[in-house]
Design a protein around this ligand. Structure first.
Ligand code: NAP
Length: 282
């Protein structure tokens, strides 16, 4: 069965719209999301414009703060400080990855935790691992909702995560651990990746390698979540990290790319913005 992130996200967007209309009656401004976009990476531009469109449709104001690759870290940090202190701003996110010459961790550390709607800061990630209240990073949050909507059991299951980045692998591992899964995290130094993946009841892959995971890596009847979002070098189409055609008949559930994790990520980010808006105006 295909885990239809597009359909689920559209249903959630409708629910969010209704919720926002009710909250807005008692607040004299709209929610506002500030996005920091550095450089001119093609994929980042695309992600930001998709987020902006969905947010605007919902009634969330979006402001994109553009910086070019010659900007200094101080300029970006000063902007973050201003946005942290601006009471009309509910959420701040930095579109990753940053160009190589920027210190990602240093820049991210200047987002205030109250506005860290993409769960990027060390503080938010630490809280997630400690199971404390925080904004959960949008992609893991979206994966959690998708599994929940399809009533896929997590507790006690073997969850293998391939990739350990700060926006995918690490927070998704915390989320799965918090849901009482037995979690294994794999990365580029992992030995015997194939067999470890094959042991998974739920396999979550976010590595940025087109069609890397094939039928040799998956267990029959398992669930496969493909976070990858890559351009196929042969035909230019968007493909995941999992070879969908070679895996789909073997597994019980699988996310397509596009239309799986991507739309769930956007709706999860927007929900975090609305939660922040409601909290600061309560
Ligand atoms: P990243 O920061 O480059 O991290 C990639 C991770 O994959 C690293 O931990 C790396 O291991 C691991 N890895 C790379 N090659 C591997 C291999 N051959 N075997 C095992 N592990 C390997 O990437 P990211 O930002 O997490 O993004 C990953 C993918 O998800 C990309 O395609 C990105 O576009 C996509 N993405 C999609 C969404 C969405 O909403 N759909 C959101 C975010 C990202 P090391 O740590 O050892 O280097």
């Amino acid at each position: 069965m295909i885990l239809d992130g597009k359909r689920i996200s559209e249903e959630l967007l409708q629910e969010l719209e209704q919720r926002l209309n009710t909250i807005k009656n008692s607040i004299d401004r709209s929610p506002k999301l500030e996005i920091i976009l550095i450089g001119n990476d093609f994929a980042s531009e695309k992600y930001v414009s998709m987020k902006q469109k969905k947010a605007t449709d919902l009634g969330i104001e979006v402001n994109i703060n553009r910086f070019d690759e010659t900007s200094t870290e101080n300029e970006i940090i000063n902007t973050l400080k201003e946005l942290n202190n601006d009471n009309s701003v509910d959420g701040i996110m930095i579109q990753l990855p940053l160009p190589k010459n920027f210190n990602e961790d240093e820049i991210i550390s200047h987002i205030s935790i109250e506005k860290d709607v993409d769960g990027l800061t060390a503080e938010s990630l630490g809280k997630l691992f400690r199971k404390e209240e925080c904004f959960v990073s949008a992609t893991p949050k979206g994966i959690g909702i998708l599994l929940d909507k399809y009533k896929i059991e997590i507790e006690g299951k073997s969850v293998v995560i391939v990739g350990r980045s700060k926006i995918v692998g690490l927070p998704v591992s915390a989320l799965m651990l918090n849901k009482n899964a037995t979690v294994t995290i794999c990365h580029s130094h992992t030995k015997d990746l194939q067999n470890i993946c094959k042991s998974a009841d739920i396999l979550i892959v976010g590595i940025g390698k087109p069609n890397f995971i094939n039928e040799e890596f998956v267990k029959e009847g398992s669930t496969v979540i493909d976070v990858g979002f890559n351009k196929d070098s042969q035909n230019g189409k968007t493909v995941g990290d999992v070879n969908f055609e070679r895996v789909k008949d073997l597994v019980k559930y699988i996310t397509p790319v596009p239309g799986g994790v991507g739309p769930m990520t956007i709706v999860s980010l927007l929900e975090n913005v609305i939660n922040s808006y409601q909290k600061t105006n309560a």
